[in-house]
Structure formats: C-alpha cells, structure tokens
Design a protein around this ligand. Structure first.
Ligand SMILES: Cc1ncc(COP(=O)(O)O)c(C=O)c1O
Length: 379
C-alpha cells in the first residue's frame, strides 16, 4: 500500500493558463482603417460578425483536424443550402479548393475543360498542372462563360490514347469577367457534360454574388442544375480565410479527405475555419454581404457611365466593373485609389466592390475619376 504522502510532498495544484479575455496586445495598427479601394474584394477586412464568431469558438480544447463540434455542425448547414447529399470539406484558400476538388474527379490521364479566362488557368501559378497533375483544355470565350458548343471544341478524342482524356468541365460562377450564368445555362452545361461522361466542377469563389444577382437559392444553380462538386468561396465574402469543397454527387468523387491532406489543405485548428462559415451561412450574412457588394458595383457603373471618355466594357452582373479609359488617367487615379489594370495591352481596368464598400467610397471614387478625366492628357 502506498504510504500516505505528507502534506509538503503533495503536488502543487495545476496552474491555470491566463484567461483569454485580456484585450491588450503588443501589435501596432499599420494602416488606416478608413481607406478602401477598388482593387480586389480580397483587400477588404473580416466582417465583424465573422470576427465575433472566431472569438466565440476560442478558448477550451476541441478535437483537431476537423473532428470538432463546429465542423460537424457545418455539415448540417451546408446540407440546408445544397441538399441532403452535400458534404463540406473546409480548406484554406480557393486555389487549394479548386486543385483538391479537381483531383477528386479525375484520373491520372484525365483533363479538365475550362474557359481560357478561368482562374485555374490564369491565376493559380500552374497549381492544377503541377500540384494536381491535371491537364487543362482551355476554350476562348467572349464573356468568361462556357456553353455546350464551346465545351465540344475540347470534348473529343475519347479513347484516343494519345490525348489527355476529357473528364471534367469546370465553370466559374460568377465568372472572372464579372458575368453570371443563369440556372438554365448551368443546367444545359451539366446535361451536356453528363451525356458525354464528364463531371461538372463549379469554382464558386464568388458564388454568393451569383445567388444575390439571380435572386435564387444556392441549390438552384448548383445541386438542382446538376453540378457535381464545387469550391465554395468564403474569403471574398468577408471571411478571414477559408473556402469549402462541397461534394454534391458523392458517387463521382474519390478520396476527398486524403486528397485534402495531400494537397496541404487540412487545417489542424479547423474549428476556426468552420465557425466562420457558420457565421456566414447559418443566417443571411452571406447574402446580405453579397447583395451589398453587387449594389455598390451597380452604383459605380451608373456613376462612371456618365463620365465622357469612360466606357464600361462588360455587363455588370455581380461586384465587378470593367472599364476602358485613357491609360494615363488610370495611372493618375491609381495614386489616389488602389485598382489594377485587368489587361495591360488594352489598358482595361477592373474595379471590385466588397461587403464593406460604402456609397461614399463609390461616389468619391467616381468624383475623383471625373476630375482626372477633366485634366488634359499629356501623352
Ligand atoms: C475565380 C476565382 N477562383 C478562385 C480564387 C481563389 O484564390 P485564392 O487561392 O487566392 O484564395 C479566386 C481569387 O481571386 C478567384 O477569383
């Protein structure tokens, strides 16, 4: 029998960590929180409701790598939006979501048909090819949108051992050119793709903006239209970081959980990604924020259309405005507001609105543009 310990030999009580409520920090604010531009919806900060949700999930311990209560609850939330078969896999970013999703629906000899302007082709540093090992078959489009006819330019050579085998069609909603597919257009693409044995992936980096434009539930142009797997965007709609791969046709998808880890997209502290999506999707924050960003783009379009010499060159169907104006004017305006040239060769510019863009931001920007247009062009 263990001899009873003398009082002085007893272990000291376990010291509890300092409470996490202490508001002080050594960090210094390095920017002016009142300054906003039109460069990207990623330039915006985190929606306050999302930040509050992160704080709510903080403290205490939860199982890591997605076996936590927040991620479990998230499944139910995604099923509410996308139907009972939906499975959500939170990841860090949109490139990771796309590469992970596309790998899960292709074989080693498989290829992905996409618009030449698709983010997977133009802005992912070759990650689909190099990380995912995927061949992209690109199609030039007038407006960023694929159609059954355009898909058929590359949906060919089946069974030809010399050709990478088309296995997936990837579309972006809303597109990189600010346009929005209707549910009927997506339904036609999915029917056409499925008839040819192809799976449909949707890059939904701005999926909330599309739902806001169309005025329909998210399922209307995804699950109900026949989309098989999608990358659900969170960051551009006010998350700190985080996107979700959402599987809609589980029978077409292989090994998502292994591919997510292999693709370096498995968050250990996943509860903090999941709780952000809960904040976004449990109520209507996703739609409120997207509607607002879209409305600001409409306001901006209306304001700049009245300025002589400025031409809005693409339909404004979400939160982006594309315009042509003298390069020199853009360069002067860029000293006052941040935005990018979309196409250096033509001097086309892109102006993006976000959930936090204000009416005053838009009006001041349009006024600054009018001012710069009124100055003589020197070159
Ligand atoms: C259409 C589209 N897809 C995907 C992404 C994902 O990008 P990231 O990897 O930067 O999160 C973006 C970001 O700009 C995008 O515009």
């Amino acid at each position: 029998m263990e001899p009873a310990r003398r009082r002085s030999e007893r272990k000291p009580p376990v010291a509890h960590p300092a409470p996490l409520t202490a508001p002080s920090t050594d960090a210094v604010r390095h920017h002016d929180p009142e300054v906003r531009g039109f460069a990207s919806d990623n330039y915006a900060g985190v929606h306050p409701e999302v930040l509050a949700a992160i704080a709510l999930a903080n403290g205490g311990h939860q199982v890591s790598y997605g076996d936590d209560e927040y991620t479990a609850h998230l499944q139910e939330i995604f099923r509410r939006h996308f139907g009972p078969r939906a499975e959500a896999y939170p990841v860090f970013n949109g490139t990771g979501a796309n590469v992970t999703a596309l790998q899960s629906v292709t074989e080693r000899w498989g290829a992905v048909i996409c618009a030449a302007s698709a983010h997977i082709n133009t802005d992912e540093c070759g990650a689909p090819e190099r990380v995912g090992g995927l061949k992209l078959l690109t199609v030039t489009t007038p407006d960023g949108k694929l159609t059954p006819e355009l898909i058929d330019l590359e949906a060919r050579g089946f069974d030809d051992e010399h050709r990478a085998q088309p296995q997936v069609v990837s579309i972006t909603q809303t597109t990189e050119l600010g346009t929005c597919y209707t549910p009927a257009e997506i339904r036609a693409i999915c029917d056409h793709a499925h008839e040819r044995g192809l799976t449909v992936h949707l890059d939904g980096s701005r999926i909330a903006n599309a739902a806001a434009t169309l005025g329909v539930p998210l399922a209307a142009f995804t699950t109900d239209a026949g989309v098989d797997i999608l990358s659900f965007g969170g960051t551009k709609n006010g998350l700190l970081l985080g996107e979700c791969v959402v599987v809609l046709s589980p029978e077409r998808v292989r090994a998502m959980k292994h591919l997510r880890k292999l693709s370096m997209q498995l968050a250990s502290k996943m509860r903090f990604v999941s709780v952000q999506f809960e904040a976004l999707l449990a109520g209507d924050l996703w739609l409120r924020s997207a509607r607002h960003a879209n409305a600001m783009a409409q306001r901006l379009e209306a304001a700049v259309r009245g300025i002589a010499g400025v031409t809005v060159v693409r339909p404004v169907q979400a939160n982006a405005v594309f315009a042509l104006l003298p390069r020199e004017v853009s360069e002067r305006l860029q000293k006052r507001y941040r935005f990018y040239f979309w196409d250096e060769s033509t001097a086309e510019v892109r102006w993006m609105c976000a959930f936090d863009t204000t009416e005053d931001d838009v009006d001041s920007f349009a006024a600054a543009l009018a001012e710069e247009m009124a100055h003589p062009i020197t070159s």
